[in-house]
Ligand binder design. Structure first.
Ligand code: C2E
Ligand code: MG
Ligand code: MG
Length: 631
């Protein structure tokens, strides 16, 4: 209603006698202040309100005080006409029953109209007396300011003369306090929206947007100061497993705990953010020495590994980190992000649980690796893998005892690719399951074929990657072997020592199931994995294969000879048979035989053979191992 004499924003609808001029002044105040809120900042709206109120009460100054974060004292938020010295004297005001006009208004949550500070008990304490005298405050009227009903501060008009408020001035203050509440509420809402847009609600860390803003600023500053920055991209390893097995709630708890753990190893100037999912990013803003970056990265890796407790169990995680440096690896945000990401990807590909610095060749490396993964998939479809068989003989009788199946890949463009160049990649991508199944089935079929044709029996050794030991593996392959009618006593699976030790309990359980079914397990590359005697005793294994590196330098390296001798003695004491691989000459053979090694494998006996040649070898035909070459 245009000619309503009361300002519409008034909290109550008391009928007050105002001249139409006074009502117009109050309406104008509302209109101007609200227009300022919409257009500008909260601060300028608050100051405009103060200045306008002072205008409507000559010989006075207006002030707005607000609670600090702890809600224990009040500080000046806006007081455009009050000197800095006076503001300093007002700041830190503690609300109380006789705490001047503002402190009392907030304390009692009701207006306080002090008309004469000299005699009013609310201004009688020495502190208030001295402020009143020093700044000539003779009267002070103050109203509480509220947001959603809660007192957050005060609006006051302090006069340099003793005076009582008129009805108009009471209304002026009421309107003013109400407007301050609106301005502050709006500001709070904007801050909340800003926080939502720039922070991650789960960890309370900045989010991607918030981080990028800070990174831009730091890059800018570093460009001027010549400083170096380091950007660390961190991705938790196998976090998906936690989410999948324990649920998203547990996943959230893990992310929160990791964020806390990371905070403890960072300095206050470092900036950390969560980019989403299990990805964190850390900015080290002043890198003087690259060693500092190593140091922080090491500390981060350790922090991530701290045990995490969930529902009474403890879990240990690891992380893969990629690092890019400003200005070395990029001059802008996008490039630094991209390169840290590439390095992180490489850390994952290298087997996770590590940090890797960006290098210019990473992009092509990753590209060619991705292409190779595609090629492996295709090769599986087109059957361009094949097997070679390397005989193992009994050290005492010299007779054939077994054969190890070794995978080969003839790539259409790149030619023969060694297994160590694609097996890790197949493991990383999960393709090893399909590849491993193919090897096992192919080797079993070929062997069965030879036996049907009258070849002597031998133990078929097939390499098994721990990555194949997923849930249900033993059941699956045992059923396949049953369908093939393959005698399980003639099958041995070779598993690399270091990998079994790393993978722990579950892999062992799967191996145990296989052993119970009658399949032998051989620990391959033995000596490289630091297993203890106690661990070995618990392993479901029947053979140890001495790693080639300990055979290679016999007899030149006496310590290798000691190691080989020790492995043989220790293995025998545990009731295990010993195979030596990589036997290339007579000296090695006779040393190993003297030490009691049970089986020998290596170029001296035969290189890995293609199926046709191996069949000849089996049949004891006119085979000359020296003439054979693999591939
Ligand atoms: P490994 O299981 O330790 O296999 C023995 C490796 O030593 C083979 O290399 C073999 O060719 C080589 N070797 C045998 N005798 C000698 C010798 O007297 N001197 C020298 N210098 N080398 C000898 P290869 O075939 O390149 O295989 C390398 C590794 O690749 C294997 O090590 C195994 O870990 C992995 N691998 C091969 N085939 C498969 C497979 O079908 N599945 C899985 N998961 N891994 C496989
Ligand atoms: Mg092997
Ligand atoms: Mg080996």
């Amino acid at each position: 209603m245009a000619n309503d004499p009361l300002p519409r924003l008034l909290p109550d609808e008391r009928t007050v006698q105002l001249s139409s001029e006074q009502a117009g002044l109050l309406l104008k105040l509302q209109r101007d202040v609200l227009a300022e809120v919409v257009q500008g900042e909260a601060q300028s709206a608050l100051e405009l309100l103060c200045v306008t109120a002072e205008h409507l009460l000559p010989n006075s100054v207006a002030s707005i005080m607000l609670f600090d974060d702890s809600r224990s004292s009040l500080n000046v938020r806006a007081a455009p006409s009050i000197s800095p010295e006076a503001i300093a004297a007002l700041n830190g005001l503690k609300p109380g029953p006789a705490a001047g006009s503002c402190g009392t208004a907030v304390f009692r949550d009701e207006p306080q109209f002090v008309c004469d500070t000299e005699i009013d008990p609310r201004w009688s304490s020495p502190d208030f007396r001295s402020v009143a005298e020093k700044f000539h405050i003779c009267a002070c009227w103050s109203l509480p300011v509220r947001i959603a009903g809660e007192v957050v501060g005060s609006l006051a008009l302090s006069s340099f003369e003793k005076r009582q408020p008129s009805e108009f001035h009471r209304l002026l203050l009421e309107t003013g306090a109400y407007l301050v509440g609106i301005i502050l509420e709006r500001e709070r809402e904007q801050q909340r929206l800003w926080r939502m847009a720039h922070f991650d609600s789960l960890t309370e860390l900045p989010n991607r947007r918030g981080f990028n803003q800070q990174l831009e600023e730091r890059i800018h500053a570093a460009a001027e100061s010549g400083n170096r920055l380091a950007l660390l991209f961190l991705d938790l390893d196998h976090f998906k497993d936690i989410n999948d097995t324990l649920g998203h709630h547990a996943g959230d708890m893990v992310l929160r705990q990791i964020a806390c753990a990371l905070k403890t190893v960072l300095r206050p100037a470092d900036i950390m953010a969560r980019l989403g999912g299990d990805e964190f990013v850390i900015l080290l803003p002043e890198v003087e020495d690259i060693l500092d970056v190593h140091h922080v990265a090491d500390k981060i890796m350790l922090a991530v590994k701290r045990p995490i407790f969930l529902e009474g169990r403890s879990y240990r995680l690891s992380a893969s980190i990629g690092i890019s440096l400003y200005p070395d690896d990029g001059g802008d945000l996008q490039t630094l992000h991209k390169n840290a990401d590439l390095a992180m990807y490489e850390a994952k590909a290298k087997g996770r649980d590590r940090y890797i610095y960006y290098r210019p060749d990473l992009a092509t490396l990753i590209e060619s690796r991705t292409a190779l993964v595609g090629d492996i998939r295709q090769a599986l479809q087109e059957q361009s893998f094949f097997l070679e068989y390397q005989p193992q003989i009994s050290a005492t009788s010299g007779r054939l005892a077994g054969a190890e199946a070794l995978i080969r890949w003839r790539h259409p463009r790149k030619g023969l690719i060694p297994p160590l160049d694609f097996i890790p990649l197949a493991e990383e991508t999960g393709l090893i399951t399909e590849l491993g199944d193919w090897v096992l089935v192919t080797a079993c079929r070929q062997s069965l074929d030879w036996w049907r044709q009258g070849a002597p029996e031998f133990v078929l050794s097939v390499n098994l990657s721990v990555k194949q030991l997923l849930d249900g593996y033993p059941e699956r392959i045992l059923s396949t072997l049953a369908q093939l009618h393959f005698p399980l006593r003639l099958l041995e699976l070779e598993i690399t020592e270091s990998l079994v030790m790393e993978s722990g309990g579950e892999a062992l359980e799967q191996l145990e199931k296989l052993r119970r079914a009658g399949v032998s397990i051989c620990m391959d590359d033995f000596g490289t994995g630091h297993s203890s005697l106690a661990q070995l005793k618990r392993m479901p294994i029947s053979r140890l294969k001495i790693d080639r590196s300990f055979v290679r330098d016999i007899p030149e390296d006496p310590s290798d000879m000691v190691i080989a001798r020790t492995i043989i003695a220790m293995g025998h004491s545990l009731g295990l048979e010993i195979v030596a691989e990589g036997v290339e000459n007579e000296v090695q053979r006779s040393f190993l035989m003297t030490e009691g090694c049970d089986f020998l494998q290596g170029y001296l006996i035969s290189r890995p053979l293609q199926p046709g040649s191996f069949k000849q070898f089996l049949m004891g035909g006119d085979f000359d191992p020296g003439q054979q070459r693999d591939g």
